[in-house]
Design a binder for this molecule. Structure first.
Ligand code: AMP
Ligand code: GLY
Length: 425
């Protein structure tokens, strides 16, 4: 089969790496890809949001199956357009992707189908949102309705902070149109966990557990980022929790979306808060997490490609995914300054040495190759991922590889997987 992966991050490098190993894959393309992906697939300079360009390419190159990595093209309807053009694709339709594309839509689905989530209200008017915040008190959470690259959420510790967030999102339009509508919801307390399932419209197959570290600083402090690292399995996700989340969150959501005439296919990623009263949904994503994907695929024993095709074809019922018992840890290396301003074009050396460490694979995110040199070109630049018999061994291997990388303008957290280690010891 001829496969096209859409996207350019660490997640897409991991997808390319796994799909490239499939017995079904004869030719592999990535649009637009990055310097690491270019060594494993043919990169084509078409952006992930250039729907017309992607369709033209898929037609011209007789692509059999397209795997879409990021949320924005899914929400924009890339899968619908590909399918309408007769090209099979992995991921949700635009109607189903609204679970991530509109936080208000997602909350309404939860309410309608009894999926546990924080109490909330939707607002299109700043004054009404502010009045509700005054009445409800702090802490309280203000969310821009639309896509805001993971930055449209303010967990306000005071009423003043929440009111400022309303002005910022709705009046100053810090996230553009994404802030035309807001969700204001109660603040939940507990430990966060990510839960990913592969869904075919009807059947949901849970993936292995994984957890990311969103905050930029060690000990999970400082501003949120796209994710500074991840590990799998996540000990917070016990078998009892898996059963509960499948029963109370995943299955009712999948049934509900089908009942709404928006059957969900692809990866359903539930961001959960595990509270004393059980798990509540913070958000749904409609694609693999980045960097959770890197940590997960490092542990996947089964061939990924047939599973993605089975999701698209609606035949997951007969499927089963196998995982390595080993642990994995992915450490993200980012450009100094991230998630604020950072420099691009700095040279990264030592990647071969890092890749040669036992059990390690270095996934690229924001990299380009120029005159034989690998240059950093984004905020999150590398995902140094390792497998090991224990979480401690995987972590040690990942940091051994990190230390082999010579990139003075980069940084990483030194404590990825600390929660897993704290629970085990
Ligand atoms: P979201 O994009 O909705 O997952 O929000 C990003 C982050 O904000 C989450 O990972 C949580 O750390 C935090 N968050 C979101 N909603 C809540 C909530 N209701 N209570 C507490 N923290 C929240
Ligand atoms: N790592 C969080 C996300 O991909 O949304």
């Amino acid at each position: 089969m001829r496969i096209l992966v859409v996207g350019s991050g660490g997640r897409e490098h991991a997808l390319v790496w796994a799909i490239g190993a499939s017995t079904l894959c004869d030719a592999l393309y990535c649009a637009p890809g990055n310097a690491g992906i270019a060594r494993e697939a043919t990169c084509v300079p078409i952006k992930a949001d250039d729907i017309d360009g992607l369709i033209r390419f898929a037609r011209d190159e007789k692509i059999d199956f397209v795997v879409v990595g990021p949320e924005a093209p899914l929400v924009a309807g890339l899968v619908d357009r590909l399918e309408a053009a007769g090209i099979k694709a992995f991921g949700p339709s635009a109607g189903a992707a609204e679970l991530e594309g509109s936080k208000g839509f997602m909350k309404d689905i939860c309410r309608k189908y009894g999926v546990p989530t924080a109490e909330y209200r939707r607002f299109t008017d700043a004054a009404a949102a502010k009045a509700y915040i005054q009445e409800r008190g702090a802490p309280i959470v203000v969310k821009a309705d639309g896509l805001a690259a993971g930055k449209g959420v303010v967990v306000a510790q005071s009423v003043a902070e929440a009111l400022e967030a309303v002005d910022d999102m709705m009046v100053a339009r810090r996230f553009g149109g994404a802030g035309a509508e807001l969700v204001v919801e109660d603040c939940l307390i507990g430990e966060e966990a990510s839960f990913l399932a592969l869904v075919d419209g009807e059947t949901a197959l849970p993936l292995a557990s994984a957890q990311d570290h969103k905050a930029v600083g060690e000990g999970d402090t400082g501003p949120n980022t796209g994710g500074m690292g991840a590990y799998s399995p996540a000990p917070v996700v016990t078998q009892a929790l898996i059963d509960e989340v499948m029963e109370r969150v995943v299955r009712p959501t999948v049934r509900g979306m089908a009942a709404e005439g928006r059957p969900f296919k692809g990866i359903l990623y539930a961001g959960l808060m595990v509270t004393k009263k059980g798990p509540l949904v913070l958000e749904f994503n409609v694609r693999f997490g980045d960097p959770e994907c890197q940590a997960l695929l490092m542990r996947l024993k089964s061939d990924l490609l047939p599973a993605l095709i089975a999701s698209r074809d609606g035949v997951l019922k007969t499927f089963d995914l196998r995982w390595h018992d080993e642990n994995s840890v992915c450490v993200v290396m980012a450009a100094k300054g991230y998630p604020g301003d950072y420099k691009t074009g700095t040279e990264i050396k030592g990647l071969e040495k890092a890749d040669a460490v036992t059990g390690v694979k270095v996934f690229h995110a924001g990299t380009v190759e120029k005159d034989g040199k690998i240059l950093a070109q984004g905020g999150r630049v590398l995902g140094v991922t390792a497998r090991g018999a224990t979480v401690a061994e995987a972590q040690k291997r990942a940091y051994t590889a990190v230390d082999a990388i010579d990139w003075p303008e980069g940084f990483c957290r030194r404590d990825i997987a600390w929660r897993a280690l704290a629970r085990r010891n």
